[in-house]
Design a protein around this ligand. Structure first.
Ligand code: 2AM
Length: 180
């Protein structure tokens, strides 16, 4: 059964520039640039019938395109026991609106609500046993990280398969955001 999640795919130049951040943290498993994305809603494993309902619910989401700027870096966990480092997002009402539309569409068809507050981020690396001082240095070194805004004109339903080489993400359906 596939694991599903809803995310923003990132333009190639954005993924490439995020890729330049990789390095300098022992114990970090850096996400391949082609796999970098911004999760809007993790769904998890679902069986076939659900997948159809999910696809039609997502197809009913109406939201406008917006511009998105990635900025800042941060980590999950304490510095001494950090589990991941990520790039952040500048405050973005268009993104929050889209995420809440997706959340309510999925809850309406019967998925469990996501209990956690939406914290938009692009995971750059997953960490195990990374020294706190090196995590702190990474955060300090990239304190001023910011990419020029790019247009977001669609969101994507991805499937995720865990393989020996790590997760493989496949875009399954792309949903256009509608003008003006
Ligand atoms: P992450 O980037 O913060 O690790 C595909 O696995 C995407 O879904 C990832 O971006 C991951 O977020 C997110 N994800 C994976 N497992 C999750 C879970 N149990 N709850 C919430 N999000 C999850």
């Amino acid at each position: 059964m596939p694991r599903l999640f809803v995310a923003l795919a990132l333009p190639e130049d954005v993924r490439e520039r995020l890729g330049f951040l990789s390095g300098g943290v022992p114990g970090a498993r850096w996400v391949d640039p082609e796999n970098l994305h911004l999760t809007l809603r993790f769904i998890g494993e679902v069986d076939g019938g659900w997948a159809d309902d999910i696809m039609s619910a997502l197809g009913g989401v109406v939201a406008k395109p917006f511009e998105l700027a990635l900025a800042g870096v941060g980590h999950w966990g304490t510095k001494e026991r950090a589990s991941a480092i990520w790039a952040g997002v500048e405050k973005n009402p268009g993104l929050s609106h889209l995420q809440s539309k997706i959340e309510s569409a999925l809850v309406r068809i019967g998925l469990e609500p996501e209990g956690r507050k939406f914290a938009p981020h692009v995971t750059l690396a997953r960490l195990s046993g990374s020294p706190g001082a090196r995590v702190a240095k990474f955060i300090a070194d990239h304190n001023l990280f910011r990419l020029p805004p790019f247009p977001v004109t669609a969101f994507t339903l991805f499937s995720s398969f865990l393989s020996r080489g790590g997760a493989i993400y496949t875009p399954e359906v792309e949903y256009a955001l509608l003008g003006p």
